[in-house]
Design a protein around this ligand. Structure first.
Ligand SMILES: [Zn+2]
Length: 277
């Protein structure tokens, strides 16, 4: 399961991802609300209507579709968070299927909570959020629980995409004192490390234990954790030839021996990850 680096845990403000239990959207939608400043965020989601519209857009990106009859025309009921189908007349709540379902808290406050959760690298504190939003501590705890649940559900379906750095590493690094003839990595667990390079920022990361250092061990990891649409995927790895296994899935890879001194510059995100193992 892909996880995010702590250093880069600015969970992108993609309502499509974090607030709705919908099929996994394409990566491009993650970028939509990424790195909004607080003033930009407040401008964008200044009212209940603006927030409701954002949920509506995430739920029905191509316009309303009645869940009862499949008709594609409906009207929002005045003052309500529901759409009435123009054909069958049944009502559908915009918030159903989202973390906001059944909430009595204003969407504006929910959105702000998500903003602070996304911005706070150390994980938002319920106590701090409670005073920032003016909401009871117990209520904030419930909101955070829902958000974290939605975020972890979403991460289970995420796959690496874009520019991916790939290598193997040993958990705990090399032994400081090695006996002659003994590998410095003896008894260490070997892991495959795949990390997205987003313009020299680390994106999502996959760490998986490998039974051995072979093409056969790497193949299922790539199959499970990398986006299968190969048109825009590109890998970079060091000289290990079994890294070229990614080409069997149709991905492109640049494999070249990299001198140790140039590792940080050539595979910056991998170096960062491995230095934390
Ligand atoms: Zn209908």
């Amino acid at each position: 399961m892909p996880i995010r680096l702590k250093q880069d845990r600015d969970y992108f403000l993609a309502w499509e991802y974090y607030t709705l239990q919908l099929p996994t959207p394409k990566m491009v939608r993650i970028m939509t609300y990424r790195n909004l400043t607080l003033p930009q965020f407040l401008d964008r989601f200044s009212s209940e209507d603006a927030c409701l519209q954002a949920v509506y857009n995430a739920k029905w990106p191509h316009g309303f579709i009645c869940p009862h009859c499949g008709h594609s025309d409906g009207y929002q009921l005045t003052g309500r968070r529901s759409i009435e189908c123009a054909l069958c007349g049944r009502q559908s709540s915009i918030l159903t299927g989202s973390v906001f379902e059944g909430t009595h808290i204003a969407l504006r406050l929910w959105f702000l909570a998500i903003y602070f959760v996304a911005q706070d690298k150390g994980g938002a504190s319920a106590l701090k959020l409670s005073s920032q939003l003016g909401i009871r501590y117990a209520t904030v705890l419930r909101m955070l629980r829902k958000l974290r649940c939605a975020m972890s559900e979403e991460e289970k379906t995420l796959k690496l995409a874009g520019y991916v750095e790939i290598d193997e590493a040993y958990l705990g690094g090399r032994r400081k004192v090695s006996e002659p003839g003994l590998s410095p990595f003896v008894d260490k667990v070997e892991v495959a490390v795949l990390v997205e390079n987003e313009g020299f920022r680390a994106g999502m990361l996959v760490l998986k234990v490998m039974d051995d250092d072979t093409r056969e061990a790497l193949q299922p990891i790539i199959a499970a954790d990398v986006e299968s649409d190969t048109s825009k995927r590109k890998f970079i790895g060091d000289g290990k030839q079994h890294h070229t296994v990614v080409t069997t899935f149709g991905h492109k890879i640049k494999v070249c021996p990299i001198p140790k001194a140039e590792l940080d510059a050539t595979l910056p995100c991998l170096s960062l990850v491995i230095s934390h193992l």
